[in-house]
Design a protein around this ligand. Structure first.
Ligand code: SF4
Ligand code: SF4
Length: 445
């Protein structure tokens, strides 16, 4: 066909694919490098329990179904997107080899049903994305418009939803024009029939000249594939990284009892030493140079992985009692700030080397003392997170830094600490006065 320049298209495709792979690999290795800036610790115990969680929570999206309608719509987008991308394999091979519908001859009649099934899934993706766009922008659900949801996080969500709708529209356009070209006996388009959904759009193109139909088919094909490759690059810079990172994040979830702090042994020893209940000679060396975390490097690699995986859905903030009672604390913001600071640190290390100090830190420049001290440590944020992210773990580590490295706790807390130290209770009464209330009762009787 005279409009068809297979070699040029093949070459263009090869170059675009190579650039995409190069950028994605570069970005993924940068993310990995950033995550590994965190402190190492082992979380590979109870592996069968962990795999079960991956199946239920990451793959099956169990926690999303706490809100069933949204859960169903999210599953439609996620499942649809994953399955439809199986078609990508054929599209990529077609692009590289200059073929068209490479798998059709091998799959025979099954090919028609497979593509029709993808088209039906695409319909559910378009519907779900449209509902999500309306929820965010028209109905303005509160948690998508709170303080930390500034321009970029809001645009980020919209970009992805709109891109998905455009990609699915291209899929239908591509298949409908393809059907017209098949009917006209073009040898490059194997006779696979009209697919279930795109077949409905065939009348839109059937009156057009063959050259125009061919042009539209090619444009739709290219926008579709370049869109998907562009999406792959964009995702690595966006909150949508969770489509990949949700799996390791869930696998390495905290399996300890809720509320059990990792550093209790160290803190108990410090308190015992301070109260004279333990001699220095009896103290265990935990190899700790500092208490808590001031910057991202002081957090663990799991905290940093969590930060990259956060979907910014705001469910944690919506159940946070501190946030709900008007305090500045938002667990979602804690995760977003951690990621932003980590990105900043990664860039800084790339430019100036590992030893460079920009004089900034996560606590102080991103997260304030007011936010950290507002946390009630109730664990609701970790409990509700659809992918088991644990914002409380970061908050507690920063609070440890404030209390133990900076001695920065408020005066009211300090008097409580002093009371615990002197009276073995948070109140300002001597332990010998504890039963005074009972004596009063006896007098009354
Ligand atoms: S643990 Fe802290 S941050 Fe999380 S929900 Fe409770 S008060 Fe909010
Ligand atoms: S931490 Fe979890 S619940 Fe909170 S915004 Fe991120 S993904 Fe959503």
């Amino acid at each position: 066909m005279q409009y068809f320049l297979p070699i040029v298209q093949q070459l263009m495709f090869f170059v675009i694919l190579a650039i995409t792979i190069f950028v994605v690999v570069l970005r993924v290795s940068q993310i990995r490098k950033n995550i590994l800036l965190g402190k190492s610790f082992n979380r590979s115990d109870r592996s069968s329990e962990r795999w079960k969680m991956v199946l239920l929570i990451a793959f099956g999206q169990k926690k999303m179904f706490d809100r069933p309608v949204v859960g169903l719509l999210h599953l439609a987008v996620y499942g649809g997107f994953l399955l439809i991308n199986v078609e990508m394999l054929e599209i990529v091979l077609d692009g590289l080899l200059g073929t068209h519908r490479l798998f059709a001859p091998f799959l025979g009649g099954l090919y028609f049903w497979l593509i029709s099934f993808f088209e039906l899934l695409a319909l559910s993706v378009v519907f779900a994305c449209a509902v999500f766009l309306l929820r965010r922008n028209l109905f303005k659900i509160k948690r998508f418009w709170s303080a930390e949801m500034t321009e970029f996080p809001r645009t980020d969500a919209n970009v992805i939803l709109i891109t998905e709708i455009v990609l699915m529209t291209c899929l239908y356009t591509m298949n409908a024009t393809d059907s017209v070209l098949q009917m006209r006996g073009d040898e490059h388009y194997p006779a696979v029939g009209r697919f279930l959904v795109s077949g409905l759009f065939v009348p839109l193109f059937s009156q057009m000249e063959t050259g125009t139909v061919f042009f539209i088919e090619r444009i739709a094909w290219w926008v579709h594939i370049v869109g998907i490759l562009g999406f792959a690059v964009y995702v690595t810079f966006s909150k949508h990284l969770h489509i990949a990172l949700a799996f390791p994040t869930v696998f390495y979830s905290n399996l300890q009892a809720k509320g059990k702090f990792a550093n209790m042994e160290v803190v108990t020893q410090e308190v015992k030493l301070a109260m004279g209940l333990m001699q220095e000679s009896e103290a265990k060396d935990f190899g700790i140079e500092q208490f808590g975390a001031k910057d991202v490097k002081d957090l663990t690699w799991k905290n940093l992985l969590d930060a990259y995986s956060c979907t910014e859905c705001g469910r944690c903030t919506s159940v946070c009692p501190a946030n709900q009672t008007g305090k500045k604390l938002s667990p979602r913001k804690v995760m977003m700030d951690t990621r932003d600071r980590l990105e900043e640190m990664g860039e800084m290390i790339n430019t100036y080397g590992k030893e460079y100090d920009d004089g900034k830190s996560l606590y102080g420049d991103y997260i304030t003392k007011e936010e950290i001290l507002a946390c009630t440590t109730c664990n609701a944020c970790a409990e509700v997170c659809p992918i088991n992210i644990d914002p409380l773990n970061i908050i507690v580590q920063i609070r440890n830094h404030i209390a133990m490295d900076e001695s920065g706790t408020p005066a009211q807390w300090n008097s409580m600490f002093a009371n615990i130290e002197n009276n073995a209770a948070p109140w300002a009464f001597s332990p010998s006065d504890r039963f005074n209330w009972a004596e009063e009762l006896q007098k009354q009787n």
